[in-house]
Design a binder for this molecule. Structure first.
Ligand code: IMP
Length: 418
């Protein structure tokens, strides 16, 4: 009976969905604790494929799924996902936190406007209004789920926030915000979602000693607002510690932390990425790994595994084990590289820098290993090519953590447990 955390150690898209799916089959409940519909994952069951941006994994398997207080909820997206499940004859066993903040139309508009103003320095957000929604949460005039299920409360909140937003809209030349239209739209959302809204904090704490709960991270550690490549980050805390804030769970209740990382790195959006490979091998990773965003369809930037960044991620998350995904994508390369340090100002540094301009100037120091072929679809460690095993051992020794799970293909069965 435990809380199990599944967190991404890179810039998101590490394959957490597959690992969560694997564990959720044995769990009682799956919880999202941060982010919003900037994330995305596809679940394939038999012939059917389901795309989700908000609802946690495990919903198809009939598990209890929880959208906790740290998530920002786009009600329209959530209703679309619920309707999609209904159309397949599935009633989700879903609970959405009454404290979760709600993405409003002005958040999406401001996300786009701010990106435009940033020009060359834009973050490359998903334009889903995530940053502006978290901004309002911290500024203390956010709208929460508990507000949209009560028209009077929602009206009172909108009366406070709309004049503030209108001033910002005016300065950007964005036109008039129609408060009445927003009120009507969100009251309707509230009516549709009311039956799912509840106090997830009391609920999760009432079951955590008896049930197995998976806490499913969205995005990844290097996109964390506190630890990531700021300002090229998301606006929430994907770090394992984010579970405590984002779901109202004591650190004492998280018994196992699984850090998911790909055998190489990818990133969507802007920001430094020292091991990025713009040429041949980067294209090999992008094509073989189908590295195109689930949410925006953007091609992901690809590069060699960065163990400086990974060591930092492993330290802060203190993972119990590593789930290494997409090993098969490196099949067929003669040599594979791993970054073990950064060259900066005639020095070699092994600490991940805090300033983005420093990271931008870091040049990777590589260890080159022999490549392999034929890891794809392997289900037993013994059957992996010798050089693939050497690669895994190198990673495990460098990070001083066991690699407990290896993914060798998209299918649920293409998984090695050690
Ligand atoms: P935002 O979360 O939409 O504000 O975007 C901020 C940064 O995080 C951008 O670089 C996005 O591309 C990135 N990002 C947000 N969500 C994901 C994700 O689920 N996977 C990978 N990158 C993401």
């Amino acid at each position: 009976m435990a809380g199990i955390a599944i967190v991404g150690l890179q810039w998101g898209d590490e394959g957490k969905g597959k690992i969560t799916d694997f564990f959720s089959s044995k769990a009682d409940c799956v919880v999202r604790y941060q982010g919003g519909n900037n994330a995305g994952h596809t679940v394939v069951v038999g012939e059917k494929s389901y795309k989700f941006h908000l609802i946690p994994s495990g919903v198809i398997q009939g598990k209890k799924v929880v959208i906790a207080n740290g998530v920002v909820v786009c009600p329209k997206t959530l209703i679309e996902e619920i309707d999609m499940l209904h159309s397949h004859g599935i009633e989700p066993d879903l609970m959405v936190s009454d404290r979760a903040h709600v993405i409003m139309p002005y958040h999406r508009i401001l996300d786009g406007a701010e990106e435009e103003l940033l020009g060359k320095k834009k973050i490359g957000t998903t334009k889903r209004g995530i940053g502006p929604c978290y901004t309002d949460k911290i500024a203390r005039y956010g709208i929460r789920m508990v507000d949209i299920i009560d028209e009077k409360r929602l009206k009172e909140k909108l009366d406070i926030v709309i004049p503030i937003k209108q001033r910002i809209f005016d300065s950007y030349g964005l036109g008039k915000i129609d408060e009445e239209k927003i009120l009507r739209e969100y009251v309707e959302y509230g009516k549709k979602l009311e039956k799912y809204v509840g106090d997830t904090i009391y609920f999760l704490n009432s079951i955590i000693d008896e049930k197995d709960i998976i806490f499913e991270g969205a995005q990844g550690f290097l996109l964390d607002i506190d630890y990531g490549t700021y300002p090229y980050t998301t606006s929430s805390n994907p770090v394992a510690g984010g579970i405590c804030n984002g779901a109202g769970i004591s650190p004492k209740k998280i018994e196992r932390i699984i850090g998911v990382m790909k055998a190489y790195v990818t990133r969507v959006g802007m920001g430094a990425m020292p091991t990025e490979e713009k040429g041949g091998e980067g294209n090999h990773m992008a094509e073989k790994g189908h590295e195109y965003g689930t949410t925006t369809g953007r091609k992901r930037r690809c590069g060699w595994l960065d163990l400086v960044a990974a060591k930092y991620a492993v330290m802060v998350n203190d993972v119990d084990e590593i789930a290494l995904t997409k090993l098969d994508v490196l099949d067929g390369l003669k040599k594979v590289k791993v970054c073990i340090g950064y060259e900066y100002d005639d020095d070699v540094i092994e600490k991940f820098p805090s300033a983005i301009d420093v990271l931008e100037k870091c040049r990777p120091v590589y260890e080159e290993l022999d490549g392999w072929d034929g890891s794809c679809g392997k289900k037993k460690y013994e059957d992996l090519p010798a050089n693939a095993k050497k690669y895994i051992d190198f990673i495990s020794e460098w990070l001083n953590k066991p690699v407990g799970i290896i993914s060798t293909g998209a299918g649920r069965e293409d998984t090695i447990l050690l």
